[in-house]
Design a protein around this ligand. Structure first.
Ligand SMILES: [Zn+2]
Length: 372
């Protein structure tokens, strides 16, 4: 997992002397067959290192070492359950960070004086961010799921513990005012939760704890947090972490399922009206190339070979001689869907990934709501 804080830390890193390699890999299921992603990784690195003339000989040597380290990781340590990978490496400044994601990221290899973080920032923006807060009268436990993986946030429970200690009340007075103590605890949790909300900007909140504790907590919770509460879990303060992760994942899945259905309903309504939506690869690409896509709706695991322009990176479904927009050469790409997603983002369109949908399959796995 990666946190916003880690991304911000990465953004602060800069090195004039030793170049920093940023490597991204997106793995469609088809690339897992015969470990094809290794070839893909090599190709990306080859593309990214084709012109190193701007670097000194020493810098080139360091880059070569970074490349070796990255390829070693992909060959021997990469977790094939992941669909996305980001590596930042610079042996010269002892930088080595690896992040694996449950969803694809567009592959690329960039060498620069700082880490190339834009795809990470976008990955964060595209994913719905869930935060989970379990409370009872004395304790609190927190989880977040910002990139598709549920993680416990023990550092926040510790922060709350610290605040209790700082409270100005004497222990004796505490004992006499159990009710106040509970209230103070819940207020502390509520304050901390609101601070995290402002800092980490999660989209949805899930509450856990006994029914009574949840009800009490909801009463004092900030109104903007009440508005984004999307589910509740009974109990859980002392449950094993694996059980909790499972119940959290269930709520997230059912929420995302509902969201997908909403998008598909909008899509079907608009497909019924001419010029508001299109479906299928060819029509979607045609609309993309006119910059008309407002929201791209695509099946998460959909891949398809195709073509793109080497100049403006416009995707094409069929081979043509020259790019119709910039006249440059057209090349084959193993997955044109990635190119379509990337181009949609570039043109400020939104991308909605749908996990499973027979209806979307029937529409060709890809569709788009149009701007005009
Ligand atoms: Zn072009």
């Amino acid at each position: 997992m990666i946190t916003i804080k880690q991304i911000e830390e990465l953004m602060k890193i800069s090195s004039e002397k030793y170049p920093i390699s940023s490597f991204y890999l997106g793995i469609a299921p088809v690339f897992l067959i015969q470990k094809k992603y290794r070839v893909l990784a090599k190709d990306l690195i080859k593309e990214g290192t084709s012109d190193l003339s701007r670097f000194s000989e020493e810098q080139r040597e360091f880059t070569e070492k970074d490349v070796k380290k990255i390829l070693n990781f992909i060959n021997y340590e990469f977790d094939e359950k992941s669909r996305g990978l980001a590596i930042f490496s610079s042996i010269g400044i002892k930088l080595w960070q690896v992040y694996q994601f449950p969803r694809r990221i567009k592959g690329r290899f960039v060498i620069d004086t700082d880490p190339y973080t834009r795809p990470l920032v976008r990955f964060f923006d595209e994913n719905e961010k869930f935060f989970v807060s379990f409370v009872d009268n004395r304790k609190a436990r927190f989880f977040s799921s910002y990139t598709g993986i549920v993680n416990e946030r023990e550092e926040i429970s510790e922060e709350i513990h610290g605040r209790h200690k700082k409270g100005g009340w004497s222990q004796a007075r505490f004992q006499r005012h159990i009710k106040n103590q509970t209230l103070k605890h819940l207020n502390n949790v509520s304050d901390v939760l609101y601070e995290i909300y402002k800092r980490e900007k999660f989209d949805h909140l899930i509450l856990g704890g006994s029914q009574k504790a949840r009800a009490n907590f909801k009463n004092i919770m900030h109104s903007s947090l009440q508005k984004i509460t999307v589910g509740e879990i009974e109990g859980g303060l002392d449950d094993p972490i694996l059980d909790l992760k499972e119940s959290i994942q269930k709520i997230i899945d059912s929420f995302e399922n509902k969201q997908s259905k909403k998008y598909l309903k909008t899509l079907f309504d608009k497909l019924g009206q001419k010029h508001l939506a299109v479906n299928g690869l060819e029509q979607t690409v045609a609309m993309l190339n006119q910059a008309r896509i407002h929201t791209l709706i695509v099946k998460e695991n959909f891949t398809n070979p195709g073509y793109k322009c080497i100049g403006c990176e416009t995707p094409y479904t069929k081979e043509i001689k020259k790019c119709s927009l910039c006249n440059k050469k057209i090349i084959k790409v193993p997955d044109v869907i990635d190119e379509i997603i990337e181009k949609t983002w570039e043109l400020n369109g939104e991308v909605k990934f749908i996990k499973k949908s027979k209806e979307l399959d029937d529409l060709g796995g890809i569709a788009a709501l149009l701007r005009w």
